[in-house]
Each structure stands twice: as structure tokens, then as C-alpha cells.
Design a protein around this ligand. Structure first.
Ligand code: G6P
Length: 372
């Protein structure tokens, strides 16, 4: 009903706008004097966490992209190898797991059948299981050894938005907790990351101010047939998520690619007028990757692509080559995805609205897939 939407035109619009709170609530009570301590992880004991040799993340849809994003931070901070797998692929092969493997499932609903079955399968092979879940008392957290709840609040719109940023935040808390237990980050490094994380809610609020310009862009592009998304490093899963949002909400053919793969195929798709969103890494924080992505932009621009760059405020290098630049606030390299995804969510939502579609209930999709 209209009152449940709190004055918003859709649950989707409401949930996109709630992202600063979704992250703030997920961080609450888990950061103490500059270091991360997730009480739920004490279920394992520090010796068990310190002894983990491998992490396998299992999830479907948007949750899997949250996992793919967090892989970079977990490996960098806690120095444990991470594989990210779709639940339905994981459970129908013969994965090699042992009792020093930790399986982390990610599920907003906690009821996705494939993810539940994958967790049970992993546990039967001896792995320990942590659930990242947004729904109190759901089946997957009940079946797992421990749960880190995201506190994004109920997500009603079928396409996931605020749960995604909350999932990444929860996984970053996990990574920092693990890094502390394993001694892989100094107190100063831990503090730097904690400060970055705590700054995200306010930066998300700033990012949401791009709404009007994104709406204008979406209206202008409402007859677009295909859209490409490019990203690199943590920007890659964000490109995939941007493409997924556009498929789900606006029924537009969309593909996300790793920018480094461009020459290995995707560049053949570029023809005059082809819109390409590019998630641009920070020129400061990712000084080694930024010029590579700018040169990708030049390559596709030369072939007629219409570039929409998601770039850090003050990034002057992209300006001459982009048709549109959407600015996001400065953030550490691993924290940019939490901001860069927001304009992509808004774009998909606004384009769906411009096409007269129901953004809360896209055709053929269900909020929670509880069958195979
Ligand atoms: C469905 C939803 C997606 C969601 C996916 C995983 O496909 O439409 O938005 O990302 O399921 O759901 P879960 O509840 O496991 O996160």
C-alpha cells in the first residue's frame, strides 16, 4: 500500500534511498574502538578462524555479486584464498572441501533453495558454514554454524538494492574480524579500513544526490536496446550487477565485462551509438588501474561508443572522453563499489519507470526462489 511505501512511488525507490541506513545498521555494534569484532563469529573461537585455509562463497543473483566484490577485500586483508560460486553450480559438482574450509552463503531471504542445498552439501563434506542473511530466523541461517545478519530492513522490491550494500558491508566486517584474528593487518591498517567503512553511509547519501541527473539520462535513453557495462577489479562485479539490474527492471539486453577482456571479444560489439557504462577506478587509490580503464574508454570511444562514466569526483582524466560523467565521492579503492553501484541501480529503476514498467514486480521474477 501507499503508506507502506512511506510516500515513495515504489518500494524500489524507497529501498534505494534507504541504503545509508542499511549500511549504518549493519555496522552498528560490530566496531569497537577502531577494530572490528563481530560477536556472532565468537561461535567459532579464534583458533578455528585463524586455521581457515580456504573460503568458498556461495550465493545466487545479486548476492553472488556481493560475494564477488568482497573476495578482493577478504584476500587482501585476511590473506585467505576465496572462491565465489553460484549455489546451483556448486552443489552439482564434486567440490573438494575439508574442515579447514569455510563456506559463506549470502542470501537476502535466507530461503533460496539452491543456496540452502549447497550449504547442507558443504556441511556434509565437513566444511564450516557462515550465513550472511537479511531475514531473522530464516532457514539458511538456522542450518548454518553461525550467521552475520545484515540489518538492511525488509526488502520488498524483487530486485535487490539495499541488501546488496549491506551484504558487502557485512562481508567487509567479516574480513576485518578475520584479519584481526589472523594478525594480517596492523592496528593502523585495521583502523584505516574501519574509518573508510564508517564513512560509507554519509557518502551513500551524497551519491543519492545524483538522482535527478540519472533520471534525465534514463529518460533520454528510454528506447535503448542494449547496454554494456565495463569495470575492473572491484568495479567488475559492479558492472555485472549494473547489467543485472537493467535486465531485471527494464528488460533491456545488458552485459557486464571485465574491462581487461575488452580486446578478447566484447570490443566487437561496439558500434556507433552503443551506450557503455564504465566504472572507473580512483585515480588516487588505484593509480595503476585508472590509466588502463581510461585507455579502454578511448578505445571504445574511437569506435563510436557513447560513454557514461561512473567516476570519482575530481577525476579530470575521464572528462574529455565521456559523454556523461556521474560522480561518486572519494573512497578507498575497496570501498568504491559500495558507491558506484548506486547510480547503476537508479539508472535501471528510472529507465524502467520511463518505459512504464512495474519496478517492484518485474515480469517472470520472484523475490525468493524457493524451488530448484
Ligand atoms: C532472486 C531475486 C534476486 C536475488 C536472488 C537471490 O532471483 O530476484 O534479487 O538476488 O533471488 O536471493 P537471496 O534471497 O538468496 O539473496
Amino acid at each position: 500500500s501507499a503508506s507502506e511505501k512511506g510516500g515513495w512511488s515504489s518500494f524500489m525507490a524507497k529501498e534505494v534511498s534507504e541504503q545509508p541506513d542499511a549500511v549504518a545498521n549493519t555496522l552498528r555494534g560490530r566496531i569497537h574502538e577502531g577494530h572490528v569484532e563481530v560477536p556472532e563469529l565468537t561461535a567459532f573461537g579464534d583458533d578455528v578462524l585463524a586455521g581457515i585455509r580456504r573460503i568458498v562463497i556461495i550465493a545466487c543473483g545479486t548476492a553472488a555479486y556481493a560475494g564477488q566484490t568482497a573476495k578482493y577485500a577478504i584476500e587482501k586483508w585476511a590473506q585467505v584464498p576465496v572462491d565465489v560460486e553460484l549455489s546451483h553450480e556448486f552443489r552439482y559438482r564434486d567440490p573438494v572441501l575439508s574442515d579447514d574450509t569455510l563456506v559463506i552463503s549470502i542470501s537476502q531471504s535466507g530461503e533460496t533453495m539452491d543456496t540452502l542445498m549447497a550449504v547442507k552439501y558443504a556441511m556434509s563434506l565437513g566444511a564450516k558454514a557462515i550465513s550472511i542473511c537479511n531475514t531473522q530466523g530464516a532457514t539458511i541461517p538456522r542450518e548454518s554454524d553461525a550467521v552475520i545478519y545484515t540489518h538492511a530492513g525488509p526488502e520488498v522490491a524483487v530486485a535487490s538494492t539495499k541488501a546488496f550494500v549491506a551484504q558487502i558491508s557485512a562481508l567487509y566486517l567479516f574480513a576485518l574480524h578475520l584479519a584481526r584474528v589472523r594478525g594480517t593487518l596492523s592496528a593502523t591498517e585495521q583502523l584505516e579500513q574501519v574509518e573508510e567503512l564508517q564513512a560509507i553511509p554519509a557518502k551513500l547519501a551524497t551519491t543519492l544526490l545524483a538522482e535527478d541527473s540519472v533520471r534525465q539520462l534514463a529518460r533520454y535513453m528510454s528506447d535503448t536496446r542494449a547496454v554494456l557495462f565495463l569495470g575492473r577489479h572491484v568495479g567488475f562485479p559492479i558492472a555485472l550487477e549494473g547489467a543485472l539490474k537493467l535486465k531485471e527492471l527494464a528488460y533491456i539486453h545488458a552485459e557486464g565485462f571485465a574491462a581487461g577482456e575488452l580486446k578478447h571479444g566484447p570490443i566487437a560489439l561496439i558500434e556507433p551509438g552503443q551506450p557503455v557504462f564504465v566504472v572507473v577506478p580512483s585515480p588516487r587509490g588505484s593509480a595503476h588501474l585508472h590509466p588502463k580503464v581510461v585507455s579502454n574508454i578511448q578505445e571504445i570511444r574511437a569506435r563510436g561508443a557513447r560513454i557514461i562514466a561512473i567516476a570519482e569526483v575530481g577525476d579530470a582524466a575521464v572528462l574529455p572522453f565521456a559523454d556523461t560523467v556521474i560522480h561518486i565521492p572519494l573512497a578507498g579503492p575497496l570501498f568504491e563499489p559500495l558507491l558506484a553501484v548506486v547510480p547503476l541501480q537508479m539508472f535501471a529503476m528510472e529507465l524502467a519507470i520511463a518505459k512504464g514498467l512495474d519496478v517492484d514486480q518485474p515480469r517472470n521474477l520472484a523475490k525468493s526462489v524457493t524451488v530448484e
